[in-house]
Design a binder for this molecule. Structure first.
Ligand code: GLN
Length: 475
């Protein structure tokens, strides 16, 4: 088998058997990036020196130790909103175009401790605001399955890097769908963890009550390996938890799978629906029981998300003032001028739109009508899921209503872009974990099945996904 086709687990076995070294594996990926990435543009920066140094260090460990971590010596890509010490971290924005990270995010510390290899930083919508990577200040990431189409977003570079064999696995982040949507569009597995399962320390904040870092990889098994490595309590993130994840034994026979009826009512592409229905049928053939559940407040979810996320974003982005970080106007005559010129030149249209929406919604007189109301609706959405999970083990749904769309198709229509989160956003407002599993294709375009679990039931989701992965491969 070609080095670049190996899964994380297979690459680990190869390293263990000394079939190849980490340096060889890393060089193979670096060569692939050189050959392919001009057309895909998954990467904003390739950290070649770091990668080769880390590979050399990993090879020493592999030679000297019998047992080493599954991640040791295996190359990954990191979304460019996650800090890697000494490397640029732009968040896809001109305002951070020259910003160099002064420390490692906790997830990076954890990967480095296991001697993982970091190939580079991947493209994203500016400050992770978007569903296509078209909002990146540094160009769009194309879908490896069809270069005329988007890779999804905001972690489009992450998903494309795995799909184009330019990384063995990737770290992305998900605020309203940003891991699952690009995973679905690019045909890879992506996990959005329960809020609090993974430390956010060192992730450039977009909407802090929603942001989570999570893994993307070729297989469910690989995603689990990375999730196990990055999850856990962190003293630097007060919202992280020390939940003890136990392995779950799951069989499809008798498993109660909830089908949220509101997710199939309107707006879904019939071809996507067919693929999801096929997955449902396959699970039923294995003895799973489908249970219709209702999430009646789904219809408010997009409105609610697009109040809460911009409110938090407007507060989080206030720190980019031309003084503390990044781009700073040299021509302004006074302090206010520095703020206005730096922010005016540094932020692209989408962050500006969100800052305006968020600041307006939080202002005196509007706070109760917008922010407070949205928080109340968020609670109702949470209750919907709570009720549904009394009856079912997991839920199946589409990830997005359509497969990857054409580049440019929605870029001048923010509302239709916002509607891409219709099935992924509610899960985030509730703080639940969910995974995107490749379930079929419309033409050459992959389509993901979303598997939603109850709080901290990542292992149940992963176990179900692993069974579904096999069932769907059987045809
Ligand atoms: N598309 C959503 C937004 O633009 C979600 C993005 C994300 O999850 N980071 O806010």
């Amino acid at each position: 088998m070609e080095l670049l086709d190996l899964t994380l687990q297979q690459a680990h076995e190869g390293l263990k058997k000394k079939e190849f070294s980490s340096t060889e594996l890393t060089k193979a990926y670096l060569a692939q990036i050189k050959n392919e990435d001009q057309k895909i543009h998954a990467y904003l920066a390739v950290t070649e020196n770091l990668a080769l140094e880390q590979a050399e260090a990993a090879d020493k460990i592999i030679l000297s130790q019998k047992e080493f971590s599954v991640l040791t010596g295996i190359p990954n890509s990191i979304k460019d909103a996650i800090l890697v010490e000494g490397e640029k971290c732009t968040a896809g924005s001109k305002i951070l175009g020259h910003y160099v990270a002064p420390y490692d995010a906790t997830v990076i510390k954890k990967l480095k401790k296991q001697n993982a290899v970091i190939l580079g930083k991947t493209n994203l919508d500016e400050f992770a605001m978007g569903a296509s990577t078209e909002n990146s200040a540094f160009g769009v990431t194309k879908n490896p399955h069809d270069l005329a189409r988007v890779s999804g977003g905001s972690s489009g570079g992450a998903a494309a890097s795995v799909a184009a064999k330019e990384a063995c696995y990737a770290l992305g982040s998900d605020t309203g769908g940003s891991i699952r949507l690009p995973a679905s569009f690019c045909g890879v597995v992506g996990l959005n963890p329960t809020y609090g399962a993974v430390s956010r320390f060192g992730l450039i904040a977009f909407a802090s009550s929603l942001d989570q870092i999570g893994p993307m990889a070729k297989t469910v098994e690989d995603v689990k390996i990375v999730f196990d490595a990055i999850s856990g309590k962190d003293a630097n993130d007060a919202t992280s938890t020390d939940y003890k994840f136990e392995d779950e034994e799951v069989v499809l026979k008798g498993l109660k799978i909830g089908i949220p009826k509101e997710y199939f009512e309107k707006g879904i592409d019939p071809e996507v629906e067919k693929i999801i229905n096929n997955a449902i049928k396959k699970a039923e053939e294995q003895g799973a029981k489908m249970v219709s559940v209702s999430l009646p407040n789904t219809k408010y979810s997009t409105a609610c998300y697009y109040i809460i996320a911009p409110c938090e974003a407007s507060a989080n982005l206030a720190r980019f003032d031309g003084i503390k970080y990044g781009l700073s106007s040299q021509s302004a005559e006074d302090l206010l001028g520095v703020y206005l010129e730096s922010r005016g030149a540094g932020f692209g249209p989408e962050p500006k739109r969100r800052i305006l929406i968020g600041t307006h919604a939080l202002s005196a007189g509007y706070y109760d009508a917008y922010y407070k109301k949205a928080q109340e609706v968020r609670e109702l959405i949470r209750q919907d899921f709570k009720e549904a999970f009394k009856k079912v083990d997991v839920m199946f749904s589409p990830v997005s209503p359509v497969p990857a769309f054409n580049i440019g198709e929605k870029s001048n229509d923010p509302l239709s872009m916002y509607l891409m989160d219709i099935y992924t956003g509610p899960v985030k407002l509730a703080g639940l974990p969910a995974l995107s599993l490749p379930a079929g294709k419309v033409g050459k375009l992959p389509v993901g099945l979303q598997i939603i679990g109850n709080y901290f039931e990542e292992n149940k989701i992963l176990a179900v996904a692993s069974l579904m992965e096999k069932v769907l491969q059987l045809g």
